[in-house]
Design a protein around this ligand. Structure first.
Ligand SMILES: [Zn+2]
Ligand SMILES: [Zn+2]
Length: 382
């Protein structure tokens, strides 16, 4: 049984999209395999991502709420809906499966080629900034030996005498209700309209062969893990002169060791020590572009505080907009102290004591949280 997505992210069913985003960021940072060396971290990270893909999408979330995992199965990031012109969320041509060979089409009728799906691995940066990749694509092409004619080179292709190349024959039948005509595939040529006395040894008269070729694939900037890039007409060749199918490139994006991606934003964890957080610091943040970004951390910064660096995230697909870089602060408490640091911290500790004993205004500020609880209890009691 897959885990409950809400539980995985540690949120409730009523929580807002913003709550879910926040929870995802926290969890993703906690379990990112590069930071968390626990052997279960990678699996957990995947679960978190899967849960987020569903709960962050209002439609999928509604499906999940109504039908549970059955409502969204197979949909975890594999078929992200997308409105870009060369990006496509679904797969295949639905009409092909409805109107297959059994619909009474003539065998020599033009038919669209099959779609092909191929995975391509990308680095985190390639997905963000776009890339030119070369992939080995195996697809049906015209047979090079017979040039798609189906005959052994130098031997004839004859027009079928029975149907005169039509592929169909008309049969007249008599019944109690009179005479009626029935059109069926030509029995002589099986509807192909032609006869090939010496079939091509490579394609066995089909005129098609499967070949693997290195194919250039342009990945637009901003794609995400599991998305599909559509290359129109790059799939299997159509039969009898029909159009080719499409090629769908599904991208597998590697993780980054510094950044976590959330839609078009990048998340970076900035680790500060206690004094940096208390006093504030001017620091530099790495960016995916490579140029470090100045960031001023104010004094009194708390753990999990967030800072937003505009426009340093991921480019949107087919637009000039760009997401942001979100800096989340974590605070590390030193585990080893030099004698000097120990003395300084003790001095600091001592300096905190008298303030809480003498100045009551300070105390009320520090204890505002507890006061809040007391107030609430008082309110409850009337
Ligand atoms: Zn051939
Ligand atoms: Zn025929």
């Amino acid at each position: 049984m897959p885990n409950d997505y809400y539980q995985t992210l540690g949120v409730n069913k009523q929580d807002s999209p913003e709550d879910i985003r926040k929870a995802f960021r926290q969890k993703a940072m906690e379990f990112h395999p590069d930071r968390n060396k626990n052997p279960d971290a990678e699996e957990k990270f995947k679960e978190i991502n899967e849960a987020y893909q569903i709960l962050n999408d209002p439609e999928k979330r509604a499906q999940y709420d109504r039908f549970g995992h059955a409502g969204v199965s197979g949909g975890s990031g594999f078929d992200r809906p997308f409105d870009g012109s060369d990006i496509f969320g679904g797969f295949g041509d639905i009409f092909d499966s409805f109107f297959g060979d059994s619909s009474g089409r003539r065998p020599n009728e033009p038919r669209r080629g099959q779609d092909i799906q191929q995975r391509v691995s990308l680095t985190f940066e390639e997905a963000v900034f776009g890339a030119e990749k070369v992939a080995d694509i195996t697809k049906l092409e015209l047979c090079a030996t017979c040039d798609g004619q189906g005959n052994e080179p130098g031997t004839p292709v004859e027009t079928c005498n029975t149907c005169k190349g039509n592929g169909q024959v008309r049969r007249t039948q008599r019944s109690l209700f009179g005479q009626f005509a029935q059109i069926t595939a030509c029995p002589t040529c099986q509807g192909k309209g032609k006869m090939i006395p010496s079939p091509c040894g490579i394609c066995k008269a089909s005129g098609l062969e499967r070949k693997t070729r290195k194919t250039a694939v342009t990945i637009p900037a901003g794609v995400q893990n599991g998305m599909q890039v559509r290359l129109t007409g790059e799939g299997d060749i159509g039969a009898n002169g029909g159009p080719s199918g499409n090629l769908y490139i599904q991208v597998d994006v590697a993780e980054h060791d510094l950044f976590i991606r959330e839609e078009y934003d990048l998340i970076y964890e900035l680790s500060l020590n206690v004094s940096e957080a208390a006093l504030g610091i001017d620091t530099q943040i790495p960016t995916l572009d490579g140029t470090p970004q100045e960031l001023s951390i104010p004094s009194g910064t708390q753990p999990n505080s967030q800072f937003r660096v505009k426009g340093k995230g991921v480019p949107h697909i087919h637009s000039n907009r760009r997401g942001d870089l979100i800096v989340i602060v974590s605070i590390t408490v030193p585990t080893k102290l030099t004698k000097e640091q120990q003395a300084l911290l003790e001095q600091l500790a001592a300096s905190f004591k008298p303030s809480s004993e003498t100045t009551h205004s300070d105390e009320s500020e520090v204890d505002s949280n507890e006061k809040g609880i007391f107030d609430r209890i008082k309110d409850k009691l009337g």
